[in-house]
Each structure stands twice: as structure tokens, then as C-alpha cells.
Write a protein that binds this ligand. Sequence first.
Ligand SMILES: [Zn+2]
Length: 295
Amino acid sequence: MDDTNPSDGRGGQPVTILAVRPHPDDESTSTGGMLAYYNARDVRTGVVICTGGEEGEIHDPDLDPVADRPRLGEIREREARDACAILGVAEFRMLGYRDSGMLDTPGNEHLAAFMNADRDEATGELVRIIRELRPSVIVTEPPGGMYPHPDHVMCYEISVEAFQAAGDAKAFPEAGQPWRAEKLYGIAQVDDGAWEALMPKFTAAGFDMSWAERSESNSRGPGPDTATVALDVRPYSEQQRQALLAHRTQVPPDSFLVSLPPELRRLAFATAYFVRLSPSSAPSEHELDLLEGLD
Ligand SMILES: [Zn+2]
């Protein structure tokens, strides 16, 4: 991977798709299949990770959860770089903030926490990366984040702002030549019924699925029709699994994510869904893939 940072912002080859994600490992979960899908089609991709993931757990048996904690940000950056190499990502950048931790945890107090960042400064940093890498398409969190973690929320907010500002010559003039990406997508959290249908097979394969059972308070999400793009990522299931395994501190080898039998895993994580945020998509609008309509 090339992570040189040419001062004129015009030194390298552009990427076509840029994924902006909050923590090391987020690139491999809901965007891992997508990144592998485009790599297989010789589309250059890039990943920006906003924080070092310093508030994460340490599951790697080769590390000491206490002694190695101060190095966790550094370790997780390495894991994310390894995962991105597996996913064929051409350009990797860190935005440089500290993991804020879950809401109402001590990590929130840290001055360097992403949630406490100056909004303009964080947007300006992302604008600089967008102007350097010149993506046609940017993929980020859904509105409000994948889940109510402050870094996921912040990632969405600055992505929307930076997507707009990067093309505006008057915004952040010190952050390079203006570059207008054509489309912005959010990851779409839709329920296509696949998990519900597979639940008996998960249980039969010996997995305790009580954590995933639907309750009345955990009702069915929006249907797959609400997504603009549905990518069939089944062929990249093993590649995505290898990328997840690169996150040794976060994903123990017996984790559900990586230990399902291959065929079950392909079915469980068959489709990656995205919704076009800008230009905003009509409710029933569908595109074949993220690059539809581009040259
Ligand atoms: Zn995350």
C-alpha cells in the first residue's frame, strides 16, 4: 500500500471508491465484502479510519491485556493495514483521532477522543484526504451511525460535511485543490430475512444464538428494497474472513464472525447493502452497483 502523502495532493493515482470508517476492523465488517468485490474488478479502493480503536478489547492471546494496552492504537492500526492488504485496498489513511469508547464511558473524557474533536478541523482533515485521493464514490456510516457509538455518529457527520466541502474551492483552501466526488453512500442496515431463515442452521451447527434472537424490542429492520445498492459478496466470504482474522485483538478465532462453516457464512453475509445519500436517492431507486452512471 502507498501511504506517502504528497504535499501537492496530486502525487498519486486516484482511488475510485473511498470507505470512511470509525475504527480499525469496521473496514472489514460491513465494508469488507464490498472492498473485496471491487478489488476483484480492478477498481482502486481506499480506506480512511478515523480513530485508533484504543478503547477496544484485547483478545489476542499473545498480548498482555494490561501491559500492551498503551500500544493498542498502534497495534490496531497494523491490524487494519494487514486487513486492507487482504482486501486489496490500494490506499490506507488514519484520520488520527482517539477512540471515544461507548457513550457514557471514561473514554468520552479524553481530549483527543474523536467525539471531542473540533468539527471543522476533523472535516478539514478528511477534505485533505479526499482531495489527495480523488475518489468518485465515498462510502460511510448510515445517518446516526451503524449503532449509537459516538465515533460512528461523528464519522457519518464529518463524511457528509467533507463530501460537500471537498468540491468547494472556498472551503479549506489550505487542504489542496478542490475535488468533487460524484456520489456518497451510507451502509444500509436492512433486514432481508436471511438471518432469521438461517437461525435453525446456526443452532444446529452448535452456535448459541441467544444473543441474536429477535425480541419485541428488537423488531425487524427496514426491508432490502430500501437500499439503493445490493452487492452479492458471497464470492469474497473467505477473503473477508481472513481480513477479520487480521484483527487479532478484536476477533478471536472462535468468534461467530469467523468460525461459521464456509457455506453458512456465505449465506449469512451474502449481500452488502448501501443507500445513496448524495445525490439523495428516491425511496424505490435501485442501482446495480456503486459505480452505476459513472464513466
Ligand atoms: Zn466501530
